[in-house]
Design a protein around this ligand. Structure first.
Ligand SMILES: [Zn+2]
Length: 277
């Protein structure tokens, strides 16, 4: 039990570091390699394309990082209790959390009693609940878009710079092992191998984020949390999916889709809300 907890704590600090490192690497690759290589000529039309691609990339990145920050800034609702109160009789003493009475959870990583807890997100190092679910979902969407966009530009870069062909759909299956082999034989450069590696990182993160986002949206629409799902607990939630989504995404949800801003009205009497006001 102790070692598993240690592993989770380690993951809780390694995952954000990994996220920031991947972000920095993506940034550098875009602006130092992809854009200068794909649009090298100083002609006006290409300058326009460079600006457009840079703007799209910055917009996606800004929303991903903005929603990441919002997830941390508006954490899941907590009662402020930092000790484990009475566990529910059904508490299986899971590795990461205790089930408490009245559907609350004690997160062992956040060391807090969390209301309406969905899960603990290792990348943000925070628990996700109804209050920060919207930012978390938008974070997943924009991370996925940034990764898939980087994947496309990465493929274009490899095609232009190294004349690699991606016409065969099986290229992706053999690209990594072949690139590693060629690198050790001295046929390809370190940069080429690194970009190939990043293609897999972007594809992986992009697909996982997209899948995670779909799952969370479905859960939110059903008025359920991941914690309840894991316990096989079906909520008697009779509210229609529209109002369930509205609760999480707020009234200004349309604005929230394009900018990382607060769209949910804060609950009255909430201590955090009082602080923000
Ligand atoms: Zn937590």
């Amino acid at each position: 039990m102790f070692t598993r907890m240690l592993k989770l704590r380690l993951l809780n600090s390694v995952a954000p570091a990994y996220f920031f490192m991947a972000t920095a690497v993506t940034f550098v690759l875009h602006f130092c390699f992809f854009l200068p290589t794909l649009f090298p000529s100083p002609s006006a039309s290409l300058r326009g394309s460079t600006t457009l691609h840079a703007l799209v990339f910055l917009f996606l990145m800004f929303n991903a990082l903005g929603n990441y920050a919002m997830t941390i800034r508006y954490p899941a609702e907590s009662t402020g209790d930092t000790a484990v109160p009475v566990c529910s009789p059904h508490c299986s003493d899971k590795v990461d959390a205790h089930y408490l009475l009245n559907g609350r959870h004690f997160c062992k990583l956040c060391k807090k009693v969390i209301l309406k807890r969905d899960h603990h997100c290792f990348f943000t190092g925070n628990c996700i609940g109804s209050k920060n679910m919207r930012y978390f979902i938008m974070f997943c969407i924009y991370t996925s878009c940034t990764c898939l966009y980087s994947l496309v530009l990465g493929v274009a870069f490899l095609t232009v710079e190294y004349s690699l062909s991606f016409e065969n759909p099986l290229t992706f299956m053999t690209l990594l092992p072949l690139s590693i082999g060629y690198f050790f034989m001295g046929t390809i450069s370190g940069l080429q191998l690194f970009v190939v590696l990043m293609l897999y990182v972007w594809l992986g993160i992009g697909l996982v984020s997209a899948g995670f986002c779909c799952q969370q949206v479905l859960l939110v629409a059903r008025g359920q949390t991941w914690c309840q799902m894991q316990r096989g607990q079906l909520v008697e939630n009779c509210s229609p999916w529209k109002s369930n989504l509205g609760d999480v995404f707020g009234t200004r949800w349309l604005l929230g889709l394009i900018l990382p801003v607060q769209t949910v009205e804060m609950y009255s009497g909430d201590s955090d809300a009082a602080k923000q006001d």
